[in-house]
Ligand binder design. Structure first.
Ligand code: ZN
Length: 235
């Protein structure tokens, strides 16, 4: 059953947001995407986005018909007002507050607030994001409570009834691969393997069975371990 509501998906070009986009394309009549350029260390994330969109369109005539505009938003102010391993060339380390320095404070809050503003203009009533409590690196802005509180704040502040959907919230990485399989079959799994980008270091030289990446950084480790468990459990 396809909902006639329109959805806006936070789409970075990574495994999680591509899975969320497919999830939305299977549910909503009109799906738009939004991406943020915030001075990421490696522009590769942004570079793969159009290829992933193109491949998703090619994989299904229904999805092609439902997939609408893509919005790219310049949020380079994030790299000007914060100093993290995601936006400057420093080693990934653990900070005193227990959070890795890949954490960009306020990033998801800002992303969702900007997305809500775009959704308001476009008449879209659902925001979809890949936030996840299960495998997350302790990022407080990925927590379910944070997202629920923000949904309340946004709707109070804009007099709207926006729904913030987070289909990956309680899934681990193996289950995220399974969700892709359920949503778009092996075509989608292969698309995610070969087209999406997750690696913190921007490495894209070798295609492993789980996709491209350095294989060493926290994002690659999670992705590779999840894929391994997914393939073992699928047997
Ligand atoms: Zn990596």
């Amino acid at each position: 059953m396809i909902s006639q509501e329109g959805a806006l998906v936070l789409f970075s070009g990574g495994q999680d947001s591509t899975t969320c986009l497919a999830w939305a394309l299977a549910r909503y009549a009109r799906v738009e995407t939004i991406g943020f350029d915030y001075g990421q260390r490696h522009a590769i994330e942004l570079a793969v986005r159009p290829h992933v969109l193109q491949q998703l369109r090619a994989s299904s005539a229904d999805w092609d018909a439902r997939l609408s505009e893509d919005h790219m938003i310049d949020l380079s102010l994030i790299s000007r007002i914060s100093d993290t391993a995601m936006t400057s060339n420093v080693a990934i380390t653990m900070q005193e507050n227990g959070l890795p320095n890949t954490f960009v404070p306020g990033r998801n809050l800002l992303f969702l607030t900007v997305a809500a503003t775009v959704a308001y203009r476009r008449g879209l009533t659902v925001l979809v994001g890949g936030m996840c409590e299960t495998d997350f690196s302790g990022y407080p802005d990925c927590r379910d409570d944070t997202i629920k509180a923000l949904q309340v704040a946004l709707n109070l502040g804009m007099a709207t009834r926006l729904k913030l959907e987070t289909p990956l919230m309680w899934l681990d990485k193996a289950q995220t691969w399974s969700l892709a399989k359920q949503t778009g079959g092996t075509t989608l799994v292969d698309l995610i393997r070969s087209e999406t980008h997750t690696c913190y270091l921007g490495e894209r030289g070798t295609l492993h069975d789980w996709g491209y990446g350095c294989g060493q950084c926290p994002a690659c480790e999670l992705r590779a371990r999840g894929y391994q468990r997914y393939t073992q459990e699928a047997i």
